[in-house]
Design a protein around this ligand. Structure first.
Ligand code: COA
Length: 139
Protein backbone atom coordinates (compact mmCIF):
# COMPACT_ATOMS: atom_id res chain seq x y z
CA UNK A 1 0.00 0.00 0.00
CA UNK A 2 1.26 3.47 -0.92
CA UNK A 3 0.09 7.02 -0.26
CA UNK A 4 -1.45 7.18 -3.76
CA UNK A 5 -3.83 4.29 -2.86
CA UNK A 6 -5.21 5.79 0.34
CA UNK A 7 -8.07 7.90 -1.00
CA UNK A 8 -9.58 5.08 -3.07
CA UNK A 9 -9.10 2.53 -0.28
CA UNK A 10 -10.99 4.79 2.13
CA UNK A 11 -13.85 4.89 -0.41
CA UNK A 12 -13.80 1.07 -0.61
CA UNK A 13 -13.90 0.95 3.22
CA UNK A 14 -17.01 3.17 3.18
CA UNK A 15 -18.59 0.99 0.51
CA UNK A 16 -17.91 -2.24 2.44
CA UNK A 17 -18.21 -1.47 6.17
CA UNK A 18 -20.58 0.37 8.51
CA UNK A 19 -17.65 1.61 10.61
CA UNK A 20 -15.06 2.25 7.89
CA UNK A 21 -11.42 3.17 8.38
CA UNK A 22 -10.77 6.80 7.45
CA UNK A 23 -8.06 8.16 5.14
CA UNK A 24 -6.12 9.11 8.26
CA UNK A 25 -6.28 5.64 9.83
CA UNK A 26 -5.15 4.03 6.59
CA UNK A 27 -2.37 6.58 6.07
CA UNK A 28 -1.11 5.97 9.61
CA UNK A 29 -0.36 2.36 8.61
CA UNK A 30 2.15 3.58 5.99
CA UNK A 31 4.57 4.47 8.75
CA UNK A 32 3.67 1.58 11.06
CA UNK A 33 6.61 -0.86 11.00
CA UNK A 34 4.31 -3.66 12.21
CA UNK A 35 1.81 -3.26 9.35
CA UNK A 36 1.64 -5.44 6.24
CA UNK A 37 -0.90 -3.87 3.88
CA UNK A 38 -1.28 -5.16 0.31
CA UNK A 39 -3.29 -3.58 -2.51
CA UNK A 40 -4.71 -5.56 -5.44
CA UNK A 41 -4.58 -3.81 -8.80
CA UNK A 42 -6.59 -5.00 -11.81
CA UNK A 43 -5.58 -3.29 -15.06
CA UNK A 44 -4.13 -0.48 -12.96
CA UNK A 45 -7.36 0.01 -11.01
CA UNK A 46 -7.53 -0.53 -7.26
CA UNK A 47 -9.70 -3.62 -6.70
CA UNK A 48 -9.20 -4.25 -3.00
CA UNK A 49 -6.79 -4.66 -0.17
CA UNK A 50 -5.80 -6.65 2.86
CA UNK A 51 -4.18 -5.38 6.04
CA UNK A 52 -2.42 -7.21 8.83
CA UNK A 53 -0.49 -6.18 11.92
CA UNK A 54 2.41 -8.36 13.04
CA UNK A 55 3.45 -8.45 16.67
CA UNK A 56 6.49 -10.67 17.21
CA UNK A 57 5.24 -13.99 15.76
CA UNK A 58 1.51 -13.17 15.76
CA UNK A 59 -0.50 -11.82 12.84
CA UNK A 60 -3.76 -9.93 13.28
CA UNK A 61 -5.73 -9.56 10.07
CA UNK A 62 -7.58 -6.27 10.42
CA UNK A 63 -9.00 -5.54 6.97
CA UNK A 64 -9.99 -7.36 3.80
CA UNK A 65 -12.17 -5.68 1.21
CA UNK A 66 -12.78 -5.94 -2.52
CA UNK A 67 -14.86 -3.37 -4.35
CA UNK A 68 -18.17 -4.68 -5.74
CA UNK A 69 -17.15 -4.49 -9.42
CA UNK A 70 -14.16 -6.79 -8.91
CA UNK A 71 -15.77 -9.40 -6.67
CA UNK A 72 -15.93 -13.13 -7.50
CA UNK A 73 -12.79 -12.92 -9.62
CA UNK A 74 -10.34 -14.32 -7.10
CA UNK A 75 -9.02 -10.97 -5.85
CA UNK A 76 -9.51 -11.80 -2.16
CA UNK A 77 -7.96 -15.23 -2.76
CA UNK A 78 -4.91 -13.62 -4.39
CA UNK A 79 -4.54 -11.16 -1.52
CA UNK A 80 -4.79 -13.91 1.11
CA UNK A 81 -2.38 -16.17 -0.82
CA UNK A 82 0.20 -13.38 -0.82
CA UNK A 83 -0.40 -12.45 2.81
CA UNK A 84 0.00 -16.07 3.94
CA UNK A 85 3.23 -16.37 1.93
CA UNK A 86 4.58 -13.29 3.72
CA UNK A 87 3.40 -14.61 7.09
CA UNK A 88 5.31 -17.84 6.51
CA UNK A 89 8.41 -15.95 5.34
CA UNK A 90 8.21 -13.88 8.51
CA UNK A 91 7.89 -17.04 10.65
CA UNK A 92 4.51 -16.12 12.13
CA UNK A 93 2.99 -18.76 14.42
CA UNK A 94 -0.55 -17.86 13.43
CA UNK A 95 -2.86 -15.31 11.83
CA UNK A 96 -6.07 -14.47 13.65
CA UNK A 97 -9.07 -12.31 12.75
CA UNK A 98 -12.63 -11.37 13.66
CA UNK A 99 -15.56 -11.61 11.28
CA UNK A 100 -19.25 -10.77 11.70
CA UNK A 101 -21.35 -13.84 12.45
CA UNK A 102 -23.64 -12.99 9.50
CA UNK A 103 -20.79 -12.58 7.00
CA UNK A 104 -21.10 -16.03 5.49
CA UNK A 105 -19.13 -15.14 2.36
CA UNK A 106 -16.07 -14.05 4.33
CA UNK A 107 -16.37 -16.94 6.80
CA UNK A 108 -16.41 -19.43 3.92
CA UNK A 109 -13.44 -17.71 2.29
CA UNK A 110 -11.40 -17.92 5.50
CA UNK A 111 -12.42 -21.56 6.03
CA UNK A 112 -11.10 -22.31 2.55
CA UNK A 113 -7.79 -20.84 3.72
CA UNK A 114 -7.71 -23.21 6.72
CA UNK A 115 -8.79 -20.69 9.32
CA UNK A 116 -10.64 -22.46 12.15
CA UNK A 117 -13.39 -20.94 14.25
CA UNK A 118 -11.86 -20.72 17.70
CA UNK A 119 -14.20 -18.46 19.64
CA UNK A 120 -16.88 -15.80 19.79
CA UNK A 121 -16.72 -12.21 21.01
CA UNK A 122 -20.33 -11.43 21.97
CA UNK A 123 -21.66 -8.09 20.67
CA UNK A 124 -18.20 -7.13 19.43
CA UNK A 125 -19.44 -5.06 16.50
CA UNK A 126 -21.64 -1.99 16.50
CA UNK A 127 -23.90 -0.55 13.81
CA UNK A 128 -25.49 -3.10 13.93
CA UNK A 129 -24.50 -4.85 17.12
CA UNK A 130 -23.37 -8.38 16.30
CA UNK A 131 -21.09 -11.14 17.59
CA UNK A 132 -17.63 -11.57 16.12
CA UNK A 133 -16.47 -15.04 15.23
CA UNK A 134 -12.76 -15.44 15.96
CA UNK A 135 -10.94 -17.38 13.28
CA UNK A 136 -7.30 -18.47 13.43
CA UNK A 137 -4.91 -20.21 11.11
CA UNK A 138 -2.00 -21.81 12.92
CA UNK A 139 1.15 -22.45 10.91
C1 COA B 1 -15.38 -11.15 1.27
C2 COA B 1 -14.75 -10.50 0.05
C3 COA B 1 -13.44 -9.84 0.45
C4 COA B 1 -14.48 -11.59 -1.02
O1 COA B 1 -13.78 -10.97 -2.10
P1 COA B 1 -13.76 -11.62 -3.58
O2 COA B 1 -12.60 -11.03 -4.29
O3 COA B 1 -15.08 -11.48 -4.21
O4 COA B 1 -13.49 -13.16 -3.26
P2 COA B 1 -12.90 -14.22 -4.29
O5 COA B 1 -13.40 -13.95 -5.67
O6 COA B 1 -11.43 -14.31 -4.11
O7 COA B 1 -13.62 -15.53 -3.76
C5 COA B 1 -12.97 -16.38 -2.88
C6 COA B 1 -13.95 -17.37 -2.27
O8 COA B 1 -14.79 -16.70 -1.34
C7 COA B 1 -16.08 -17.26 -1.38
N1 COA B 1 -17.01 -16.27 -1.93
C8 COA B 1 -16.69 -15.04 -2.38
N2 COA B 1 -17.81 -14.37 -2.74
C9 COA B 1 -18.85 -15.21 -2.50
C10 COA B 1 -20.28 -15.10 -2.64
N3 COA B 1 -20.86 -13.98 -3.10
N4 COA B 1 -21.04 -16.16 -2.28
C11 COA B 1 -20.47 -17.29 -1.80
N5 COA B 1 -19.13 -17.46 -1.64
C12 COA B 1 -18.34 -16.44 -1.99
C13 COA B 1 -15.99 -18.45 -2.29
O9 COA B 1 -15.59 -19.55 -1.49
C14 COA B 1 -14.90 -18.03 -3.23
O10 COA B 1 -14.26 -19.10 -3.84
P3 COA B 1 -14.85 -19.65 -5.25
O11 COA B 1 -15.03 -18.46 -6.14
O12 COA B 1 -13.78 -20.60 -5.69
O13 COA B 1 -16.15 -20.30 -4.91
C15 COA B 1 -15.71 -9.45 -0.60
O14 COA B 1 -16.96 -10.05 -0.80
C16 COA B 1 -15.86 -8.19 0.24
O15 COA B 1 -15.07 -7.26 0.15
N6 COA B 1 -16.93 -8.16 1.07
C17 COA B 1 -17.20 -6.98 1.92
C18 COA B 1 -16.14 -6.77 2.95
C19 COA B 1 -15.97 -7.98 3.86
O16 COA B 1 -16.92 -8.62 4.25
N7 COA B 1 -14.70 -8.23 4.21
C20 COA B 1 -14.35 -9.29 5.14
C21 COA B 1 -14.41 -8.73 6.53
S1 COA B 1 -13.81 -9.86 7.71
Amino acid sequence: MRQEHIERLAEIETECFSTPWSDESLAAELSNPLAVFLVALCDGEIAGYVGMTQVIDEGYLANLAVTERFRRRGVAKALLDELICLAKENDLSFITLEVRRSNEVARRLYENFDFDEVGVRPDFYVNPVEDAILMTRIF
